[in-house]
Design a protein around this ligand. Sequence first.
Ligand code: TXA
Ligand code: MG
Length: 342
Amino acid sequence: MHVVVPKPLHTFGQHASGMVANLAEIVAVGEALERALALLQAGDVVAIPTETVYGLAGDATNGVAVARIFEAKGRPRFNPLIAHVADRAMADRIAGFDPLSARLAEAFWPGPLTLVLPHRADSGIHPLVTAGLDTIALRMPRGFGGELIARLGRPLAAPSANSSGRISGTTAQAVAADLGGRIKLVVDGGATPVGLESTIVKVEHGELRLLRPGGIGAEEIEAVAGAKLLRGAAGIEAPGMLASHYAPGAAMRLNVQQIVRGEALLAFGRSRAEGWQDAAAIRNLSEAGDLREAASNLFAAMQALDRSGATTIAVEPIPFEGLGEAINDRLARAAAPRDKTA
Ligand code: TXA
Ligand code: MG
């Protein structure tokens, strides 16, 4: 299917100078439901907290709403979005579940797991959401998101709430600073507990493939599946995996044993890389060496070091087990050469 993203629908918030005014209202989660609902029903977008990262949500059945998501993010048109559902019944109206996917949904939903499934032709999902693929990525979020979707009665398309190629927002303030000139409402649920995006898996010929490491460690999924996850992308299936998807402004240097004077230091655990005293700024992802804590701090720490003005962020080694796989994946993307398509 050929999918074209429409020209910008509106340009509010854009000064003649090109500066973006911060127009978004930040409303606490307890007071935001009716306001968010009204905007979504009108085909507008809203930034909402989920347990992973903030999402930029729009009605997945409304093409104008989905186009507004792409517009606000400046996202490449070929990048499909995750559709978020309130319950299994809603998921079943959108996609077909094989037994293994059903078992994973049972075990991990609501939660930070996204399943890529065969898409039903009569799902009502707008084709911009899937970018023309015959599969669809589905996730059932916890908390406010789930409540909002249940009230709306329709799935929400919601990529991470950040400009394309930038770090995913994990606080309402970070989202407002990035997208505030282009959206009207940021629902403030505080810092997101998981801190990085959902794990994406897909059943292929009875086997399970990891398309994106994320908020649930591969080992946990393997324990439920009773089998190893296949690694390595099959084709271009997760184009959100564009190399420089998570790029801060500063260059990144990974697995450093020694700091160069003037670099900012992204630290992990108790022992410091040599020369740490010469770092321009330091953030420790987890003093205790806890990978879950590190994941939840990752994007905010990268943003803080980026703001320090250092031209390079040096990163201490992060172990690969559990959530360390997803952390290393995001760091590798942030360190990748920048390209214009991200
Ligand atoms: O935690 C999350 O997953 C967050 C929160 C907001 O729910 N959402 C998120 O969405 O990270 P986004 O759009 O930033 O990432 C969606 C990922 C992309 O890598 C995209 O390529 C992949 O899902 N994806 C979407 N549909 C797919 C499909 N049919 N097959 C394979 N990958 C797909
Ligand atoms: Mg994203």
